[in-house]
Write a protein that binds this ligand. Structure first.
Ligand code: ZN
Length: 74
């Protein structure tokens, strides 16, 4: 997987977020894979050999969490 640079991260998130109601870039979430709090706008995007893009944890590639692993803070 190769990291790609996203120019407009809010727009990208709105177009690619897998659930309803995409978060704001300033929202804080917790990644359940690395158990760390994160700012949504710090997300990374990786592309695989088939051209599929994944919204990943800011701690990627050390953390293998993706957008579906982000949970609200308690
Ligand atoms: Zn993580």
């Amino acid at each position: 997987m190769k990291e790609i640079k996203i120019e407009d991260k809010q727009k990208y998130l709105e177009e690619n977020y897998p659930f309803a109601n995409p978060p704001k870039l300033t929202d804080r979430k917790r990644c359940i894979h690395c158990e760390k709090e994160m700012t949504v706008g710090d997300y990374k995007v990786f592309i695989d050999e088939y051209g599929d893009e994944y919204i990943c944890c800011p701690n990627a590639p050390k953390c293998d969490g993706t957008v579906i692993d982000w949970f609200p803070l308690d």
